[in-house]
Write a protein that binds this ligand. Structure first.
Ligand SMILES: [Zn+2]
Length: 158
């Protein structure tokens, strides 16, 4: 869901219904300002960058469902791992090099945040390593979403 307003330069996964009549128990919110910036900055690769953002947030939704979900920076790196895994599964590894490069550029330029804050996502190197590890796991053909979730936990040291 696209939203405008406070913090709309960001994306979020939320673990609650948006309204009493909403049939979904979790949602991904993509900020309007974020979507517009990605569209303007990445040219024809904007969809790939947005797809990664959605895949990262869908990793958080999967974490909400876990008995012992990762927290803090480990949750972010785990979501990056699952994001890489998801995109490799969707594209079957056919992503153009320039599309992957755009995703890595986005992670490097916006990913880290300030150490010690709730929005800290890890260093750019940690994030890229997590995305690549998830991506390569999916390309290896091993396992399913549940095993990828567990491999991602191992990747972040849990
Ligand atoms: Zn995140």
């Amino acid at each position: 869901m696209l939203f405008a307003g406070d913090a709309d330069e960001n994306a979020f996964a939320i673990n609650k219904r948006l309204s009493a009549t909403c049939g979904y128990e979790a949602a991904i919110l993509i900020g309007y300002t974020l979507a517009r910036r990605v569209f303007r900055y990445y040219g024809r690769n904007w969809v790939s960058v947005l797809a990664f953002i959605i895949a990262h947030e869908s990793g958080h939704i999967r974490q909400f469902q876990a008995a012992r979900p990762p927290k803090g920076v480990k949750a972010e790196l785990h979501a990056d791992f699952l994001g890489g895994w998801t995109l490799a599964r969707i594209t079957r590894g056919t992503w153009a090099a320039e599309a992957l490069s755009a995703v890595f550029n986005e992670i490097q330029s916006t990913g880290a945040g300030v150490t010690g804050t709730p929005t800290y996502h890890g260093t750019a190197t940690q994030r890229l390593t997590a995305v690549k590890a998830g991506y390569e796991l999916a390309l290896s053909g091993a396992g399913n979403a549940d095993s990828a979730f567990g491999r991602g936990l191992t990747h972040v040291g849990l």
